[in-house]
Design a protein around this ligand. Structure first.
Ligand SMILES: Cc1cc2nc3c(=O)[nH]c(=O)nc-3n(C[C@H](O)[C@H](O)[C@H](O)COP(=O)(O)OP(=O)(O)OC[C@H]3O[C@@H](n4cnc5c(N)ncnc54)[C@H](O)[C@@H]3O)c2cc1C
Length: 477
């Protein structure tokens, strides 16, 4: 496939007439804003940016790109822009203006247009006493998160968000609009549920909702000096809790920003965050062993389900950041000691947050009719990241995140988590091997020319066996 860095002005006029949304090329006022990802450290310069307003716009944009030999990078918020390959000569197809959400409380389902953020879903579902399988952050996109799996506060009870998707509307790389579900184009439906966005541009997802009105959730804050004690105690505690508890252990260095409340601003902590699907009495009893360690601050309370998205204190505005993560087969005492040595009270690190999430429960059981991530054998999930307000910090933060990941290598699972793998990596590095093989065949049917650029690329299967590089990724031919 050939691509060009510039498109003739008259061709762009054709595109502008064909779509309702705006179209920007380099040099246009608004181009820089349109190409800006939520992660401000990313500086992609596509040949054209289309701000789609509807599925019809998406189809027109895809057809235009294909006619002009351009590749297409679908994007909602740009939270997951870090692993993307350079977009030179490509179309950045943004769905961020497609944010409609419909809730059906009777069938307990939600339909979210491709650009919806999680807060667009969690707030209205909460009004019906229902909850979607959202992630920790209110402004992460429903689509990118769900296509990559989706591990949130209800994960140990209800599994991956991708496996609760009941239908997906997609514009295929040939420009065809399809509605897929278990009985319509089932391969495509399988691929987008956990296999990422490499087989087409999703325009809407439908998903199951669960009867969750309130939870007992919050965080215990301990001074960072107690990191080893707290993480060892949390790890032991995770062996005892039911599937109704999803939790994480965390090291957090809060920056001295005015929006952070006074007792926490500029301070370093070891934390346990958790959500329990049950009442305060039972939740308090479960939490007892950790509470008895004597936290400096205890925010646990019964909260309405939409408030879950404040528990993790994810940033509410775009920030420049770098990070990386890994599935861990286990997180034993020796792994905790490695982590504390690299990021604990005596470490000189620019990392703002290093978290280890407890998996298992429903995540570990094969989901009926599942997509590309049917179950997750890893018992824990690590993510390390930091903010990079100056370009010099990008390399430093990245190196420290990589060092944490490397130190935990003896406990890595056989592949990484799709959504937390922020270094460029093929889909083979973030999916079970059997799923990657099937995905390559589906890619060959729907996108043999590799027109779609996705977070973790998939090369169409041509029935060959490709060599692996040192990361277990198949090499580009
Ligand atoms: C602050 C923060 C908190 C997070 N918390 C969690 C969490 O709790 N659990 C978790 O699992 N993950 C979490 N993540 C990771 C997050 O799920 C991924 O970064 C995800 O890719 C973000 O999706 P997005 O749509 O917002 O991002 P985008 O960058 O817009 O999309 C990411 C990728 O998804 C694909 N994609 C997006 N839209 C489409 C589309 N319409 N059609 C086809 N492909 C598409 C593309 O390949 C795109 O490159 C978090 C990330 C951040 C930054």
């Amino acid at each position: 496939m050939t691509t060009s860095d510039t498109i003739a002005g008259h061709d762009l006029e054709t595109l502008r007439e064909a779509v309702t949304g705006e179209v920007f090329a380099p040099g246009d006022a608004g181009y820089d804003q349109a190409r800006q990802a939520w992660n401000l450290a990313i500086d992609e310069r596509p040949a054209v940016v289309v701000m789609a307003e509807s599925a019809a716009d998406v189809a027109q944009a895809v057809r235009f790109a294909r006619t002009h030999g351009m590749r297409i990078a679908p994007q909602g918020t740009g939270h997951g822009a870090e692993p993307l390959e350079p977009l030179r000569g490509a179309m950045l197809l943004r769905t961020s203006r497609m944010r409609s959400v419909r809730i059906d409380p009777v069938s307990r389902t939600a339909r979210a247009d491709a650009g919806a953020m999680w807060q667009d879903v969690t707030v209205p579902t909460g009004e019906h006493g229902l909850a979607a399988l959202a992630g920790t952050s209110p402004n992460v996109g429903v689509t990118g998160y769900t296509l990559g799996g989706g591990i949130g506060w209800l994960a140990r009870r209800y599994g991956l968000a991708a496996n609760s998707v009941t239908a997906a509307e997609i514009v295929t790389p040939s420009g065809r609009f399809v509605r897929t579900d278990a009985s319509h184009e089932p391969d495509l439906f399988w691929a987008v549920r956990g296999g990422g966005g490499s087989v087409g541009v999703v325009t809407a997802l439908e998903m199951r909702l669960y009867p969750v009105r309130e939870l007992y959730a919050g965080a215990l804050f301990f001074p960072l000096q107690r990191a080893a004690q707290v993480l060892h105690a949390w790890r032991a505690w995770t062996d005892t809790v039911p599937d109704e508890v999803t939790s994480l252990g965390r090291i957090l260095r809060l920056p001295p920003l005015p929006e952070i409340p006074e007792p926490l601003r500029g301070r370093d902590f070891a934390l346990v965050e958790a959500a329990y699907l049950g009442d305060a009495d039972a939740g308090s009893e479960l939490l007892g062993p950790l509470r008895r360690l004597g936290p400096e601050l205890d925010t646990f309370a019964t909260i309405p389900a939409p408030r879950l998205q404040q528990v993790h204190m994810d940033p509410d505005q775009p920030v420049p950041n770098q990070g990386d993560g890994a599935f861990l087969a286990d997180f034993p005492a020796a792994a905790i000691d490695e982590l504390v040595a690299l990021a604990g009270p005596d470490a000189d690190t620019p990392l703002l947050s290093i978290e280890v999430r407890h998996l298992g429960g429903a995540l570990a059981r094969p989901a009926p009719g599942a997509g590309a991530q049917p179950d997750i054998g890893a018992r824990y999930l690590m993510f390390a990241g930091g903010i990079t307000p100056t370009p010099e910090l990008v390399g430093t933060v990245r190196a420290h995140a990589q060092a944490v990941k490397d130190a935990l290598a003896p406990w890595h699972a056989s592949y990484d988590y799709y959504n937390f793998e922020e270094t460029p990596a093929m889909a083979s590095a973030v999916l079970p091997a059997a799923s990657y093989r099937r995905l390559r065949e589906i890619k060959a049917s729907y996108d043999p020319d590799q027109a779609i650029i996705s977070a973790h690329p998939v090369w169409p299967s041509r029935g060959d066996t490709r060599p692996n590089n040192s990361h277990g990724n198949e090499m580009e031919s």
